[in-house]
Write a protein that binds this ligand. Structure first.
Ligand SMILES: [Zn+2]
Length: 90
């Protein structure tokens, strides 16, 4: 599902981790990504190198994805609450 990050407003794609947990990915694919999307039933599952299908999919040219938490410019504010950046921003 396409969406936008509530924190930084960048386009994201909602997938699920293999555990079923909702996992936002960057909408853009990236050569430096570590996840591959697979369709399982109704869900898009983001699998990593530990998944048995991962190497085969990458070998077939699957596009790599990055978890949005790695690139979100605002995520640290949510995690850390009051931090130095908050104190010094306008
Ligand atoms: Zn974000």
């Amino acid at each position: 599902m396409k969406s936008r990050c509530k924190l930084c407003d960048e386009p994201i794609f909602w997938a699920r981790a293999a555990t079923g947990k909702a996992l936002p990915l960057d909408a853009e694919t990236s050569a430096g990504g570590t996840l591959v999307l697979v369709r399982r039933g109704e869900d898009h599952i983001a699998i990593g190198p530990r998944d048995p299908d991962y190497a085969r999919l990458v070998g077939e040219g699957a596009r790599l994805r990055v978890p949005h938490s790695m690139t979100c410019t605002k995520a640290d504010q949510r995690r850390g609450g009051q931090n130095h950046r908050d104190l010094f921003s306008e």
